[in-house]
Design a protein. Sequence first.
Length: 61
Amino acid sequence: MPLIAIAIAALAVGFEQLVQWKLGAMGIVAFVALTVGVKAKSVAIGGIGAVILVMLLAQSG
């Protein structure tokens, strides 16, 4: 069980670094808002994070 938790944490940190490298600081803010919204079951916060991520992805593409 601890090995799985470490692997999941490593994947999360890796994904966070990828988002920051690709989308900058605003990408991290959006990713955190999306994560907090999902964990807190808050549609408004999760939606704001998702919209910001979509806008950043549309801008970079």
